[in-house]
Write a protein that binds this ligand. Structure first.
Ligand SMILES: Cc1ncc(C[n+]2csc(CCOP(=O)(O)OP(=O)(O)O)c2C)c(N)n1
Ligand code: SF4
Length: 539
């Protein structure tokens, strides 16, 4: 089969399609979004009627993927790293129920926080759940390990995590594909009580999970994805995980280094192989993208007789992405001075598009708040978070998806009035609705603005579950119909909109203002009639 030029994300999608995937469940989030988009645009996936619609959030995605696995089919849940926090309840418990059809949980981490609010390392979650992790070093491995991951999942009876990071997700390379496998038949689990986590059953399942750990170690010891490369210079041994292996290879080729290398792409880390490797070398340098998880488990709390260097010890920076320059420095190799960035290249911070509906909403909100003083607007995550920047300077918080309404509620409970929440339509259905219910039940004096642009703008314009449903949802949750106000954020309605926001801020109960105008980029896309034009601000 000819090679395909694929992003790391696309290689995973193609690998899953070729492995007999029956459904992908996901909520968009950089750098994971393109996995699901690739499957959505795949003609063979359409022919197979493979499930690929977006989910409301990562938890519903994880649970639906588990349900498909329960029915015997191969399924995949995809998310960015912070999405795993949202899916964590289902994720951890899926390790206890185990799987029926192969279940792959793909999590894309974002070291350096290019488009995220933290750089948490998902390998921690997998260790917490006690399930295997695969960490490919390049696009070919992303394809191969996706296929292998489904087999491993069915062999071990557990969900398997495939962890990637931004550079691999978003860079392209040629990928050789292998013949397609057919989908699994619909088949219920042989033990129908296995997924019932009542305490008496859950305890048994947990013991099985603990008992399975030895098997997972054996899998890792025998896996072709953990590889030991001999070297003649044993003053140092390099342990390189995932994409960090590539950085080392680049440096080693240029500097003609001959250190032995232990390449790790499957966890739990194989202790037998690792001990043999460590015995061969004088000191160890651990190269891992993310937290110093492996380094920490090698050194433990007490100092060992051998020297382990890495992010924890300080040879590499504790945070941020790795790159060949940092690896060079950790190996004591002198670096070429960096080329100066030409004057003409200016830093361009992200900004709201010209004509964006959020701008007119913020202009009205700022004016309505003028007489109340600053510090009252709790925002959420989406394009509208850019309202934090000049000239708007309109918001005072952005913590996690859904936190606008709940933080504004807490501040209102403390006595802040007016207390205002700003949230996008997709974020509202992701995790804002439950906070609204809290406020309705307690009749909290709160003004909520849902800035509804009929899309998930921040991540490139995916569909939004909220489109056309917001008034009904808010009514259903119990907001008084008289305090659900719909405004059109256009300059010509500025005075009227400011008045409505002011009125609702004076009201001592829950009010929801739906500021409704389509995202400009979405309009452009539908006028041009093709899905290619889009601005991705990337969260
Ligand atoms: C838990 C989690 N999942 C996904 C993301 C990525 N993400 C950031 S904002 C956003 C949705 C934004 O859509 P919307 O609320 O409609 O606002 P818009 O960008 O359209 O203004 C997504 C998916 C994230 N930051 N956190
Ligand atoms: S992509 Fe849409 S929502 Fe985002 S800034 Fe541009 S116009 Fe506004």
């Amino acid at each position: 089969m000819p090679g395909l030029v694929l992003l790391g994300d696309e290689a995973i999608a193609q690998g899953a399609l070729d492995a007999g995937l029956s459904g992908v469940y996901a909520y968009p989030g950089t750098p994971s979004t393109e996995i699901t988009e690739y499957i959505q645009h795949s003609a063979p996936a359409r022919e197979r009627s493979l499930h690929s619609n977006w989910s409301a959030n990562e938890k519903t995605a994880m649970e639906a993927a588990l349900g498909m696995s329960y029915a015997g089919k191969r399924s995949m849940a995809c998310m960015k790293h912070v999405g795993l926090n949202v899916a964590a309840d289902a994720f951890l418990n899926a390790a206890i129920t185990g799987i029926n059809g192969g279940l792959l949980v793909v999590v894309a981490d974002d070291p350096s926080m290019h488009s995220s609010q933290n750089e948490q390392d998902s390998r921690f979650y997998a260790r917490f759940a006690m399930i295997p992790v695969l960490e490919p070093a390049n696009q070919q491995e992303a394809y191969d390990q996706t296929r292998y991951g489904f087999d491993l999942s069915e062999r071990t009876g557990l969900p398997v995590m495939l962890r990637i990071t931004t550079r691999l997700a978003h860079s392209r390379s040629v990928v050789e594909t292998a013949p397609e496998a057919g989908e699994n038949e619909l088949q219920l689990p042989s033990d129908l009580r296995r997924f019932i986590l009542l305490p008496a059953l859950a305890r048994k399942r947990y013991h099985l999970l603990i008992g399975n750990q030895e098997n997972l170690v054996l899998e890792s010891e025998q896996s072709g994805h953990n590889r030991w490369e001999q070297g003649t210079d044993r003053r140092k041994g390099i342990i390189a995980c995932g994409i960090a292996y590539n950085y080392y290879r680049e440096v080693a080729r240029a500097a003609n280094l001959k250190y032995p290398v232990f390449k790790i792409s499957q966890y739990p880390v194989p202790p037998g192989l690792l001990n043999d490797f460590v015995a061969e070398v004088r000191e160890i340098l651990v190269l891992e993208e993310g937290y110093p998880i492996l380094e920490e488990s090698l050194t433990g709390i007490l100092r060992n007789s051998y020297t382990v260097r890495g992010r924890l010890e300080g040879s590499l920076s504790r945070d941020g992405e790795l790159n060949p320059g940092l690896v060079k420095a950790a190996l004591g190799i002198r670096q070429e001075p960096l080329r100066k960035v030409p004057e003409i290249v200016r830093e361009r911070p992200p900004a709201l598009c010209k004509g964006c509906s959020h701008i007119d909403m913020y202009n009205a909100l700022n004016e309505a708040l003028d007489s109340h003083g600053p510090g009252r607007v709790f925002s959420d995550i989406g394009c509208y978070t850019l309202g934090a920047l000049p000239p708007y300077n309109a918001i005072n918080s952005c913590v996690d998806m859904g936190a606008s309404i709940t933080m504004a509620k807490g501040a209102a409970d403390a006595g802040l009035h007016p207390s205002v929440a700003v949230i996008g339509d997709s974020t509202f259905t992701h995790s804002g609705m439950t906070g609204l219910l809290d406020a309705v039940v307690e009749k909290t004096p709160l003004t909520i603005i849902i800035s509804d642009n009929s899309t998930t703008g921040m991540t490139g314009g995916q569909s939004s579950h909220a489109t056309g449903r917001l008034v009904d949802i808010c009514t259903g949750i119990g907001v008084e119909p008289g305090h659900i106000r719909v405004i059109n954020p256009l300059k010509k309605y500025h005075g009227e909109n400011t008045g409505i926001i002011s009125e609702e801020m004076d009201y001592r109960g829950v009010s929801v203002i739906i500021s409704q105008r389509e995202c400009i980029q979405k309009q452009v896309k539908s006028i041009k009639g093709n899905g290619k034009e889009r601005v991705r601000k990337c969260e």
